[in-house]
Design a binder for this molecule. Structure first.
Ligand SMILES: CSC[C@H]1O[C@H](OP(=O)(O)O)[C@H](O)[C@@H]1O
Ligand SMILES: Nc1ncnc2[nH]cnc12
Length: 323
């Protein structure tokens, strides 16, 4: 198995990265079951490898409310992935964010409705560990900041007419139905800029699993003072204007499909453009190295008190604390 540092999660429309060279497929069974689909290990021109996972499975078989989110993140972590770039098709809640545009959000508002099953690796019914992960900055601040320039550069090269928007807020709603006009307008008043159904609990689980840069600063530092930002970032691609525009029809799946293919083609080109360099900096762990152990201070209980069964399960994603 080649060394894999970068994971790419493809959203609606992005079910493969066939512009890169596939090397093998893996389908790890995790303590939370199997991922949405087998994971493709692909080779970049430099020889570096990445892992690609289709969030909804091949053929879009998983709905956003029943995705195996925990298995997806755990499977990527088990392959050695330290940074995840997740793609998502989103509705736009702002006039200036046009279908076809790319967005790197920095905040999330959770409108999922607790119907998704456990949204944590610390499910009290499975492991007897209480943990409260820091989530004020739900995406990796450093990774997003690096991505801004790189995605912009990639879009100039390959995405004629596509604008990149940054520092936006994504509303994550419960599907499978789209929003009403009243909800869509309310999300705008709340400060929402884009809307999807699948960034949560994915982003929360990536945080709990400490998907993060190679670490160089260790325990000699005062970890409490450091700003933790594990490395999960979303590249959202707009497909529609949701339901807030008075004079327009509200969003339909057919409208979303119209832009999906073009957005997926551009996403593949962006991936190919940015991942070579991303792999290098993650490997070096130099300029962007971050502080180790964001979950260390999230754990409320003494890990030595955790029953053997729970330790075994959590060691799958957090071997530093539980093996
Ligand atoms: C196909 S429209 C709704 C669907 O599209 C988005 O999926 P993804 O985030 O995986 O690209 C949205 O979140 C919904 O799941
Ligand atoms: N309008 C919308 N609402 C929720 N998820 C979406 N994904 C794409 N468009 C969407």
């Amino acid at each position: 198995m080649p060394r894999v540092l970068i994971g790419v999660i493809g959203g609606s429309g992005l079910y493969n990265i066939d512009n890169l060279t596939p090397v093998t497929e893996v389908n790890p069974e995790t303590p939370w079951g199997y991922p949405s689909s087998p994971i493709t290990i692909a080779r970049l021109p430099s020889g570096a490898h990445l892992a690609f996972l289709a969030r909804h499975g091949i053929g879009h078989i998983h709905s956003p409310s029943t995705l195996p989110f925990r298995a997806n993140i755990a499977a990527l972590k088990s392959l050695g992935v330290k940074a995840i770039i997740a793609f998502s098709a989103v509705g736009s809640l702002r006039e200036e964010i046009k279908p076809g545009d790319f967005i790197i959000p920095s905040q999330i508002i959770d409108r999922t409705k607790s119907v998704r099953g456990p949204t944590t690796f610390f499910d009290p019914r499975q492991v007897h560990v209480v943990a409260h992960a820091q989530f004020g900055d739900p995406f990796s601040v450093k990774l997003c900041s690096w991505l801004k320039d790189k995605v912009e550069e990639a879009l100039t090269t390959c995405g004629a007419g596509v604008t990149l928007h940054t520092d936006k807020t994504v509303i994550c709603m419960e599907g499978p139905q789209f929003s009403t006009r009243a909800e869509s307008k309310m999300y705008r008043m709340w400060g929402g800029d884009i809307i999807n159904m699948s960034v949560l609990p994915e982003a929360k689980l990536a945080r709990e699993a400490e998907i993060r840069w190679e670490m160089s600063l260790l325990l000699s530092l005062n970890l409490h003072d450091l700003a933790f930002s594990p490395s999960y970032s979303l590249i959202a691609t707009a497909t529609d204007y949701d339901a807030w525009r008075e004079a327009e029809e509200t969003v339909t799946a057919a409208e979303v499909f119209k832009t999906l293919k073009k957005n997926a083609d551009t996403s593949r080109a962006v991936t190919a453009h940015i991942l070579e360099e991303l792999n290098t900096i993650v490997q070096e762990g130099s300029i962007l190295s971050q502080e180790e152990g964001c979950m260390r201070f999230a754990l409320m209980c003494d890990s030595s008190q955790v029953p053997e069964e729970g330790r075994k399960i959590l060691a799958y994603i957090l071997p530093n604390y539980f093996s």
